[in-house]
Design a protein around this ligand. Structure first.
Ligand code: NDP
Length: 300
């Protein structure tokens, strides 16, 4: 079998175009411009790259983008005061605090100080609880992007056997909740799972969110299964020249693609969908804040 490649880059461009259309309508019909504030504490180079590209894409879809760059030694009180200010700013509909935070800051306290209605990352404990109980919430961007791709590819995923490898709060657990919400039979695997190969072989849908390069070999994949590779791992690539690197996912792409019915590549799969879903969440939050109908197809 030759797998269909699920093109996350192209899909993300479609989602961003949809978001841009909603932003235009919000501006033209209601005089509202959705606003996203991103808070970065410290100078982590990878975080700076993410924040820059989030800001650029926010502006490209017509939304207001606000960036707050704080010194690495910013006190918790100062960070909480900024979040309070953003919570009360009517022009800001989404707030994202870039993680990880420097060690002296309590991540849970900071995330839970964001107004849940503006929590476009979906990490606030209220949103976690709402998602867990099947209620309307802000949904974490990466799993939301995975769900959108699965729905787009399959139409309905109801009744399918899904295995999520990884149980983190930002990917694995919310992914499992979303699959359950769409009536999959869900197994969550992790580092203590016995016979992971056997568990994965039963799955119609495999979502790998582990952080271990090319860990899932093709012979774990059931013929025709759909493989969603969340992993982003950077490996040395001396064949490309001295000091060069390449990105790989958590599944061994070549061997998995030989057995899967559909697969997301790395790069160009889940990654681009994450930022697109952040923009989608911001427009959703803006509509909810203003009592307007939510855009269809951009939420869980
Ligand atoms: P975490 O490190 O928080 O979680 C990893 C999970 O994998 C844990 O639950 C861990 O199990 C499990 N695990 C580790 N080793 C094994 C193993 N040998 N067998 C089975 N399970 C194992 O990672 P994240 O969830 O934050 O991220 C996962 C990957 O997704 C990373 O590569 C990350 O870079 C990527 N990512 C990509 C995003 C995107 O936009 N595409 C966004 C977010 C993350 P246990 O709990 O038992 O330790």
């Amino acid at each position: 079998m030759t797998a269909t490649i699920i093109d996350g880059k192209a899909f993300a461009a479609r989602v961003r175009a949809q978001v841009a259309g909603h932003v235009t309508r919000l501006k033209d019909d209601h005089g509202i411009t959705p606003g996203l504030a991103v808070v970065l504490v410290g100078e982590d180079p990878a975080s700076e790259v993410y924040v820059r590209s989030k800001g650029k894409m926010t502006v490209e879809v017509g939304m207001k983008s606000v960036e707050h760059k704080l010194e690495a030694d910013t006190s918790e009180a100062d960070l909480l005061a900024l979040i309070d200010q953003l919570n009360n700013d009517p022009e800001i509909h989404g707030i994202l605090v870039q993680l990880p935070l420097p060690k002296h800051l309590n991540e849970d306290l900071v995330i839970n100080s964001i107004d849940p209605a503006k929590d476009v990352d979906g990490f606030h404990i209220s949103n976690v609880g709402l998602l867990g109980t099947g209620q309307k919430s802000m949904v974490p961007c990466t799993p939301l992007g995975c769900l959108m791709m699965l729905r787009d590819h399959h139409g309905s995923i109801s009744g399918m056997d899904a295995v999520v490898i990884g149980r983190s709060n930002i990917v694995g657990k919310p992914m499992a909740q979303l699959l359950l919400g769409d009536s999959c039979t869900v197994t969550i695997a992790h580092s203590r799972t016995k016979d992971l190969a056997d568990v994965v072989r039963r799955a119609d849908i495999v979502v790998a969110a582990v952080g271990r390069p090319e860990m899932v070999p093709g012979d774990w994949i059931k013929e025709g299964a759909t493989v969603i590779d969340v992993g982003i791992n950077r490996l040395d690539a001396p064949e490309k020249g001295a000091g060069k690197t390449r990105l790989v996912g958590d599944v061994d792409y070549e061997s998995c693609a030989a057995r899967a019915g559909a697969i997301t590549p790395v790069p160009g799969g889940v990654g681009p969908m994450t930022i697109a879903c952040l923009l989608a969440n911001t427009v959703t939050a803006c509509c909810r804040a203003n009592g307007l109908d939510e855009p269809e197809g951009l939420t869980a």
